[in-house]
Design a binder for this molecule. Structure first.
Ligand SMILES: CC(=O)SCCNC(=O)CCNC(=O)[C@H](O)C(C)(C)COP(=O)(O)OP(=O)(O)OC[C@H]1O[C@@H](n2cnc3c(N)ncnc32)[C@H](O)[C@@H]1OP(=O)(O)O
Length: 314
């Protein structure tokens, strides 16, 4: 069953301000799997990516070229990319923290990379072994060289809405980090609620801070975790502000190994259900996606936390 079969109107008055189409940035193979206790075999990762593309997702964050000792779950990045069945019309961005990571990514023939900055000092130290200011010395040459090589570069900003060690994060601090990434050459920012503490109000506040600083809303994506059950409400708040790219993870897989309080990402199935009900185009086949998440849950040995997966898979 899909939400449209319930006979709900596709567009209602209050949806007028919403975008007609949203790009779903699927992070399950990277953000989802980076936090698994067991390393998922390459064959399973490849089939996961293949099934996600088959379900209609056109942006699949495939892996990370980070230090293998820091994230052993993704130490097989070279092998995953070498054996990847690249579907036409699908982009496969990868995370790259530094020039060593960029060299590895270039050798693997990537076309899209993402650097990941922190909005706070403590998380920059824990996640990047760097500092709030020092992290840019790592990213700037990566972005410059990647752009010269013709790659597209996305910039993540972590801890935009709260930090487990520092508490509240001033929106102007988030904007300063984001603007430096855009100025260095990133084409899009993904604003991460790494530990899932955002509410619709704080989402609006941070997005407003960016637009007041002159950033175009179309250059912003949102990345929510569902720790307090707010991810969908936060997504709706962002859509109403004009955001058209939303990160999510099939089956709600995910977390961050360097932020223990981070739980699963917004589930792609839950996002698709919301978008269907709002009449917002996304291009994903929900049944095929649910089937993929049920298959993946079987491989991981535990049920998907996604409400939509549970409701549809029985
Ligand atoms: C919110 C999120 O979900 S973000 C994603 C989750 N978090 C992550 O992925 C964390 C990633 N962090 C990291 O990989 C690390 O902190 C780094 C690479 C950024 C910095 O680590 P450091 O140990 O400070 O790197 P440093 O530059 O000192 O290099 C140390 C060694 O690692 C190697 N190294 C550094 N970067 C990489 C890389 N990307 N790939 C492989 N090896 C690397 C260096 O060559 C060096 O090797 P050597 O000792 O043999 O000379």
């Amino acid at each position: 069953m899909g939400v449209r079969e319930l006979g709900l109107p596709e567009r209602i008055g209050s949806t007028d301000s919403l975008p007609s189409k949203v790009t779903i940035w699927e992070v399950g193979p990277r953000d989802g799997l980076q936090n698994e206790a067991e390393v998922v075999p390459v064959e399973v990762k490849l089939e996961f990516l293949d099934r996600l593309a088959g379900a209609g997702l056109t942006t699949l964050e495939a892996t990370s070229f980070v230090h293998p000792k820091w994230v052993p779950q993704l130490a097989d990045a070279e092998e995953v990319l070498a054996r990847l069945h690249r579907h036409d019309g699908v982009r496969y961005p990868v995370l790259v923290p530094n020039e060593r990571g960029l060299d590895r990514a270039l050798a693997a023939d990537v076309t899209h990379i993402a650097v990941f900055a922190s909005a706070t000092e403590t998380f920059a130290r824990r996640n990047l072994n760097s500092g709030l200011d020092a992290q840019f010395a790592m990213f700037e040459p990566v972005i410059g060289r990647a752009r010269e090589a013709g790659l597209d570069v996305r910039g993540y900003v972590s801890m935009c809405f709260g930090d487990p060690w520092e508490g509240a994060v001033p929106p102007e601090q988030v904007v300063a980090v984001g603007k430096r990434l855009l100025d260095a050459g990133c084409s899009q920012l993904s604003l991460g609620d790494t530990i899932g503490v955002a509410t619709a109000a704080s989402v609006e506040r941070v997005l407003d801070a960016f637009t007041e600083a002159g950033v175009t809303i179309g250059d912003l994506a949102v990345h929510f975790h569902d720790t307090y059950g707010q991810a969908l409400a936060n997504t709706l708040a962002a859509l109403r502000k004009g955001v058209t790219t939303v990160d999510s993870s099939a089956g709600g897989l995910g977390g961050c190994p360097y932020a223990e309080s981070a739980t699963g990402n917004l589930a792609t199935e839950d996002l698709v259900w919301l978008l269907d009900g709002l009449g917002v185009e996304h291009g994903v086949d929900l049944d095929a996606l649910v089937e993929t998440s049920v298959w993946m849950a079987g491989k991981l040995g535990r049920p998907s936390p996604s409400r939509v997966v549970r409701a549809l898979a029985g």
